[in-house]
Design a protein around this ligand. Structure first.
Ligand SMILES: [Mn+2]
Length: 407
């Protein structure tokens, strides 16, 4: 049985007001071709299907078009919800998708054993149990860990997630004895290398999960949430597939990929990483104004889609001339067909300060996360470190509720 693991599609993602729809479409075409060429039997998508809880009609259309094509290929598909997804949006078409071999687990289920999906006697005679665990929200975790008192919320969350996996492992053992198991997950694992496009989960990521919580319980663990492809705890069978396309400039050097793992004679073989062809380059050009101008002149990318460029001009002293030059430089390339300048940041070491300089010169408010802005705000208060951390925790908690609230 051949399994393809991907995650973090983030359909609908916009980068500095520019849609990533075109590279997403190219990825889907490539994915369908790869599934066919590799003769994949099972596709796993570990959360963050959509970028926002209430995706546009167009983004939903994209999703259903892909699912329709997958169904026509007669493979099994298992989709779980991520922290960006609305449980309701993913689960609404659950029954109809089920009829075409697509299982959807938008949020934690009641009973928990509904998260176990049995694939029985696939063409090669191989069976498999998939513990399709979606992103676990606070309320899902509390129900499992009420019998114990924990020193902190962090500990309670960690224990809740660990208990969730353990319960599924035990249930699978008693219901489907002897059948290999695989777990999906959308969580923050200890030791994972992040980029700038993941949204913090569970108190600012403080409740990171050790790979031991699930690594030894399941034959393969297909993780989502972290956008850089990576192995966790040195175990090639516990890994993040990463997002299929770069979702932020911090991922510009990543090689995006999907994972193929084969299950043969009840054993998971060493997974293979298949790189996703790069459709668009994300490029940061920095230096003095003159250097940036010269580098732009010779920049001629060659990818299917126009590159997205970020300019960073670093000068010693504040200069209005530099600012206006930078503006006309950006204007000059507006019609270029090989790249688009998404943003330009002037950074001056010294110079005039005004009220907008509460932040580092050249930093746009839209580049900051809500937590950054809140941190800046409480920095200006005369409070103790203890109060600061209490306020930060409370703010993070509220932020999580706002961001994960289903629409
Ligand atoms: Mn994600």
């Amino acid at each position: 049985m051949k399994i393809l693991h991907t995650a973090d599609w983030h359909i609908g993602k916009v980068l500095h007001k520019h849609s990533l729809e075109d590279e997403m479409q190219l990825f889907f075409e490539w994915l369908l071709d790869t599934i066919e060429a590799e003769k994949v039997d099972l596709l796993l998508v570990s959360g963050d299907i959509f970028d926002i809880a209430n995706p546009s009609a167009n983004d939903r259309k994209t999703y259903y078009q892909v699912l329709t094509k997958l169904a026509a290929m007669q493979i099994r598909v298992i989709i779980t919800g991520g922290n960006h997804d609305s449980i309701g949006v993913l689960n609404a078409p659950k029954e109809i998708l089920n009829a075409i071999n697509i299982d959807v687990v938008g949020g934690a289920t009641q009973p928990i054993t509904d998260e176990l999906i049995l694939l029985e006697h696939e063409p090669d005679g191989q069976s498999l149990v998939v513990a399709a665990v979606p992103f676990l929200r606070d309320k899902d975790l509390r129900s499992l860990s009420t019998d114990k008192a924990f020193d902190s919320r962090t500990q309670a969350i960690r224990a809740g997630i660990t208990a969730h996996y353990k319960t599924l492992h035990e249930a699978s053992n008693s219901l489907y004895q002897g059948i290999p198991t695989l777990a999906m997950g959308h969580l923050f694992a200890i030791g994972s290398l992040t980029s700038e496009s993941e949204r913090d989960i569970h108190i600012g990521n403080a409740a990171a999960i050790s790979s031991e919580a699930f690594g030894t319980l399941f034959g393969y663990v297909a993780l989502g949430h972290i956008h850089r492809p990576q192995v966790i705890g040195n175990n090639p069978l516990v890994r993040y597939s990463g997002s299929p396309i770069p979702l932020s400039f911090s991922e510009k050097k990543d090689t995006k990929s999907v994972v193929i793992v084969e299950l043969k004679n009840n054993t998971f073989e060493e997974p293979r990483v298949i790189p996703v062809p790069k459709a668009r380059e994300l490029k940061k050009i920095s230096g003095s104004y003159e250097e940036v101008e010269a580098k732009l002149k010779v920049y001629s990318p060659d990818f299917p889609l126009p590159s997205f460029v970020e300019l960073e001009v670093k000068e010693d002293a504040f200069s209005n001339l530099i600012l206006s030059n930078l503006e006309s430089l950006t204007e000059q390339y507006r019609q270029d067909s090989t790249f688009k300048i998404l943003k330009s940041r002037p950074i001056f070491k010294t110079g005039v300060k005004d009220t907008s300089d509460l932040f580092v010169a050249g930093e746009n408010i839209e580049d900051l996360s809500p937590i950054d802005v809140f941190k800046k705000r409480i920095e200006s208060e005369e409070i103790t470190a203890d109060q600061t951390s209490q306020l930060l925790n409370a703010f993070t908690e509220l932020l999580e509720i706002v961001q994960t609230e289903s629409i």
